[in-house]
Design a protein around this ligand. Structure first.
Ligand code: VAH
Length: 321
């Protein structure tokens, strides 16, 4: 197999920090350059890291041109809740950033590009149960609009420029190695930190708000499985539906209580409730399973057990720094 040289843009985020570690394992640390707009924290600082801002066009293009990358993972984006507070910047980063990356990939002959979409590309008129791969979209957040538009741009670049760009519509992603990043589903990340430190959590969504979710380990596996699949198996050049589970705040709280009996949850819905209510409850990901063998490994119980086993160790290490 040809030696790979991988660029990760936005490596410092929730997904980026764990996907970078997955890329290290698959391609070798020396063949991955992780980048973000601020210095790396934790394990990310142990690999090749550069400060890079996709919004600084000349610097970005010069960096991509001189390094001869074979693959590019473009993860830098503003998430749903933050995007509603700063819609113009969210659109600029999420859209101008993506188009700059797609153009650079064509101009500098990058073999494969990865870009994350989201179930946020669906909206209130989308069928909510087992949402199909192809259906009504009509997102109502700037983040969701940028994801729907981004899928169309990726499909255009594949069809009209021959670019091998691949994408997944992630559900809410739950990882414990970095703090929550401004997403509506991030209650399901913060709840673990608060359960361990405070034994209580005030949830910004109502108890029965069901959302499609996925453990970060599964998200990294899905991304690398997609990118390693033969091109002829990739029939969706917008983005693939994927999911692993659906749960509501009351259910994840009950699962945590099995490990921390004194844990208590209260509910105080805020502006993010309307965002969550516009999204699907569950996802039909049969196309991904058929095309490239997608198969999740973690359900709610397995994820909760894994996080509550590992997060205390990480928090202790960080407290030791
Ligand atoms: C968000 N975590 O909440 C992201 C995700 C499906 C939601 O895209 O904005």
């Amino acid at each position: 197999m040809k030696k790979q040289k991988i660029l990760v843009i936005g490596a410092g985020g929730q997904l980026g920090s764990e996907l970078t570690q997955g890329l290290w394992k698959l391609h070798g640390k020396e063949n991955v350059i992780a980048t973000d707009i601020k210095d790396p924290e934790g394990v990310l600082a142990t690999g090749n890291f550069e400060i890079l801002d996709v919004m600084k066009e000349n610097e970005f293009l010069e960096f991509v041109k001189k390094n001869g990358f074979t693959q590019l993972y473009h993860l830098a984006a503003v998430l749903s809740a933050t995007g509603e507070k700063n819609p113009k910047f969210a659109w600029q980063l999420n859209m101008d950033g993506l188009i700059r990356v797609l153009d650079a990939a064509v101009n500098y002959k990058i073999e494969k590009v990865y870009w994350p979409s989201s179930i946020a590309a669906f909206g209130p008129t989308t069928p909510k149960i087992k949402t199909p791969q192809d259906t009504i979209m009509d997102p109502t957040t700037i983040y969701g609009i940028s994801k729907q538009a981004g899928e169309l741009w990726c499909n255009w670049y594949h069809k009209n420029r021959g670019l091998d760009v691949r994408s997944l519509r992630y559900p809410g992603l739950i990882g414990y190695k970095t703090k929550p990043g401004g997403g509506t589903t991030d209650y399901a990340v913060d709840i673990f930190f608060k359960a361990l430190t405070d034994k209580k959590f005030e949830c910004f969504l109502s108890a029965d708000t069901y959302l499609p979710m996925m453990y970060m380990d599964d998200a990294v596996k899905a991304t690398l499985d997609l990118m390693e699949a033969p091109a002829e198996k990739i029939n969706e050049r917008g983005s693939y539906n994927i999911s692993a589970m659906s749960f509501c705040p009351a259910e994840i709280a009950a699962e945590i209580k099995k490990h921390i009996p004194e844990f208590e949850i209260t509910y105080k819905p805020d502006f993010r409730q309307a965002i969550a209510d516009s999204w699907p409850r569950s996802i039909n990901d049969s196309t991904a399973r058929i095309d490239w063998g997608w198969e999740p490994q973690f359900d709610l119980a397995a994820m909760t057990e894994d996080i509550l086993k590992n997060l205390p160790v990480l928090m202790h290490e960080q407290a030791m720094i």
